[in-house]
Ligand binder design. Sequence first.
Ligand SMILES: Cc1cc2nc3c(=O)[nH]c(=O)nc-3n(C[C@H](O)[C@H](O)[C@H](O)COP(=O)(O)OP(=O)(O)OC[C@H]3O[C@@H](n4cnc5c(N)ncnc54)[C@H](O)[C@@H]3O)c2cc1C
Length: 308
Amino acid sequence: MNKKRRTDLLIGLKEHKIEFLENESMSAYSSIKIGGLTDLIIFPKNEAELISVVNLLKVNLCGYYIIGRGTNTLFKDARICMPVISFKRFNTSLSEIKKNESETVLDVGAGMSPSKILNYAIKNSIGGCEFFYGIPGTLGGAVRMNAGSKESVIGNIIDAIEIITDEGIKYIIKKNDLKFSYRSLDIDGIQGNYFITKAYLKLYNSSESKIKENIEVFKKRKSSQPLGEFSLGCIFKNPSGVSAGKVIEEIGFKGFSKGGASVSEKHANFIVNKGGAKPDDIMSLIRNIQEKALSHKGIKLNTEIKII
Ligand SMILES: Cc1cc2nc3c(=O)[nH]c(=O)nc-3n(C[C@H](O)[C@H](O)[C@H](O)COP(=O)(O)OP(=O)(O)OC[C@H]3O[C@@H](n4cnc5c(N)ncnc54)[C@H](O)[C@@H]3O)c2cc1C
């Protein structure tokens, strides 16, 4: 970003009283606690602030990155010169907008975490989002990544979402126009970047005991993951019909370390920061695993995580 555009952008942000920080280390914004510096990180708190940010970026011709809580994003060492728009402080409202005998529709702000939605669902006997158990990050990130597990993904429970496009225009997009696929979302008719600002989740009425029973399968699975350590969740997508973790184990990378980064002993599709890991350590492990999976097993492992 050139100096004049940057100055104008900062003046605009101050005028609109939108929170931002300069020269921040991105390690504080990623669950693996790694990352270089960013010139500017902006924290819109609600839709009105986000539209102001988008308009300021448009006027000042700035590209940008969008992040939620960085639980699936690796920030490299190189300084990030484009502004980062963070949803860390974004709207976490949650309300029931429809309830009948069988269904409940929740209207939830994109800053809310999936695990808090699940807590609400348990307390209010609402079933259908048990697979949120142990998924960190924001709802916006979960929708963008179609987060979930083999039992269910968020795309299955979305009724509609609200987005702001990079033109600053708000749209409500209904389920039929949302094309969810494995850890991905495309929206019919929307090209370019968009910010997810809320989601309507269509869930069913259940009982607290039934929900707790349903959660057991996810609790059990999560107990096989290194949840107490700094990670980004699964690094690779599962290739068709195979578990990426199993492939990584079979090619001998379980427990393998590079610098401060290790392939988890608990779950080989997780890379953990044991302390002092550098982005290059992670990138090098990713490349080594990909090369060996291809040369020894003919399997192409694609990353699930986003790399900035
Ligand atoms: C310990 C651990 C366990 C995990 N378990 C699971 C699991 O069981 N299942 C699973 O699917 N994932 C899992 N993950 C991965 C991760 O938690 C999910 O993908 C999560 O939904 C990402 O949310 P986030 O806000 O952190 O997204 P980020 O990592 O910040 O961003 C991910 C992507 O979403 C985009 N994005 C974020 N917010 C928005 C927004 N508001 N509008 C538009 N785009 C946006 C970003 O640009 C980026 O492309 C796990 C991660 C960890 C660390």
